[in-house]
Design a protein around this ligand. Structure first.
Ligand code: MG
Ligand code: NI
Length: 481
């Protein structure tokens, strides 16, 4: 009988997961699974609500990614109502998105992934964490905390509250940014830019060279990539554009949000609440490490791979250097962390550009909307990948159908593959230690998964079983859907 290794909980990710690694009689890996042990179920309970309520309901999907859901939902509502929002409203939404990106990427680099690199992957777990980082580089830690605070503060100025926002509404944005508020935000944004510049510089000099062997091997798989680019010129765009699906050989096709079901299928496995999106045109999904079919990735590395250029100068320079060193598309999983720092820099620069745009304080930020029977698809890039909200309404604007594909969901198949690859490479003849198991987790962390966001599968299986018990513990009734 083989043995099962369980990593539970997987630490330094958002949400709850466990990894099971099945060893054969000889102590080598026969199979692995990333089990996601939570369920959100928003696709079902948004049904029956007035669609204009969804932008504020869906922020509760996740306390980490509320802005992403808020904005994707507002865009889906715009599409349902058939309106084009005023340019200043779009800029306010883009500004919120970019600030949220900087907060999230700082969080991931320093609090979640960074400990593995700054303290080392084999360091004792008691110091392999943000407290360890604070002890080792206290000045950096202080700046990091301050910039996280500034991000939250800027979102609060912009929208009234930083978490579970309500400012984006169907037809635009509900709160004007005054010139006084804009003037308060610019120095804050500049401080965040300084941290972004420092971070990529620090990582390039002190982190990545040290771990180049791990970067070249750990969890490496060969897949396609999905991300959003500006229509016609291929510029990285995190708020709006066309979806680009890149094949492992670098060839690609661009498609509109409305075409997403032609390109993306959603496969289901009975052992997880997370679906497995795959490239529909490739045929049946296969996660075979030697011959994967239909697997693609989203999130930072994917976006850096699919875009032709970046609209801000410092990030564009970083993109060119990254590409000249690693090529395009880059398959090395740990380089998600590097790509994340390029995006941190881009968003920090872009937030300043938007704040310095005179139109950002325009009062023309909202147009009226009217309910109608329609289908609307809203899509943005969330820090953790391409986020799709797809709504249908009846003639009163009541929601009749919802499909969500969340950034982390796209990465479900690749995360499972990277885990299997890492475990198979490192666990031999039954030998493993805590450092090796942490490297399995590092393969997951590279993708910065947010599992709270990503678990919506209720299709075709018993998802919930509820036992109603009397005072003595006897079951009175069992309910299941
Ligand atoms: Mg779905
Ligand atoms: Ni989330």
């Amino acid at each position: 009988m083989g043995k099962t290794i369980v990593i539970e909980p997987v630490t330094r990710i958002e949400g709850h997961a466990k990894v099971t690694i099945q060893l054969d009689d000889a102590g080598n890996v026969s199979d692995t699974r990333v089990n996601v042990v939570e369920l959100r179920g928003f696709e079902k309970f948004c049904i029956g609500r007035p669609v204009e309520e969804l932008p504020r309901i869906v922020t509760s999907i996740c306390g980490v990614c509320p802005w992403s859901h808020h904005l994707a939902s507002a865009k889906a509502c715009d599409a349902v109502f058939g309106v084009e929002i005023p340019p200043a409203a779009k800029k306010l939404r883009q500004l919120a998105n970019s600030i949220a990106f900087t907060e999230e990427h700082i969080l991931h680099f320093y609090f979640l992934a960074g400990a593995d690199f700054i303290m080392g992957p084999d360091a004792d777990y008691s110091v392999r964490n943000v407290i360890g980082i604070a002890g080792k580089v206290p000045e950096v830690a202080k700046t990091v905390i301050r910039c996280r605070h500034l991000g939250a503060k800027m979102l609060e100025i912009l929208s009234g509250k930083s978490i579970h926002p309500v400012a984006a509404v169907p037809g635009g944005f509900s709160k004007v940014l005054t010139s006084e508020e804009r003037d308060m935000m610019i120095p804050m944004a500049k401080e965040v830019l300084e941290l972004a510049k420092f971070s990529i510089d620090f990582a390039r000099k002190n982190i990545f060279p040290q771990y180049i062997d791990a970067i070249k091997t750990l969890g490496v798989i060969k897949t396609g990539f999905l991300g959003t680019v500006k229509k016609d010129d291929g510029t990285l765009d995190l708020y709006d554009g066309v979806l680009r699906m890149m094949q492992p050989d670098g060839s690609y096709e661009d498609f509109t949000y409305e075409q997403y079901t032609d390109y993306i299928g959603e496969h289901i496995e009975p052992w997880t609440y997370m679906k497995f999106p795959y490239m529909k045109k490739a045929g049946k999904l296969s996660m075979d490490l030697n011959n994967p079919v239909g697997v693609y990735r989203t999130n930072t590395l994917a976006r850096i791979n699919v875009c032709d250029k970046i609209r801000t100068p410092l990030a564009q320079k970083e993109l060119e250097e990254f590409r000249s060193e690693f090529g395009r598309p880059v398959q090395l999983t740990l380089l998600y962390n590097w790509a994340r720092l390029i995006e941190l820099l881009y968003n920090a620069e872009y937030a300043i550009q938007l704040l310095e745009d005179p139109e950002i304080t325009s009062k023309d930020i909202r147009i009226p909307v009217k309910p109608r029977a329609a289908r609307g698809i809203g899509c943005i890039e969330a820090p953790r990948g391409t986020l799709i909200h797809d709504y249908e309404t009846d003639e009163n604007g009541i929601v009749t159908n919802v499909n969500l594909i969340v950034g982390t969901t796209h990465n479900n198949a690749p995360i499972n593959m990277s885990v299997k690859k890492t475990a198979t490479d490192l666990i031999k003849d039954g030998n493993y230690d805590q450092g090796i198991l942490n490297k399995v987790e590092m393969a997951i962390r590279a993708y910065d998964p947010c599992l709270s966001c990503a678990t919506h599968n209720l299709d075709g299986r018993i998802a919930v079983k509820l036992d109603i018990m009397d005072a003595s513990g006897g079951i009175i009734q069992t309910l299941q859907n």
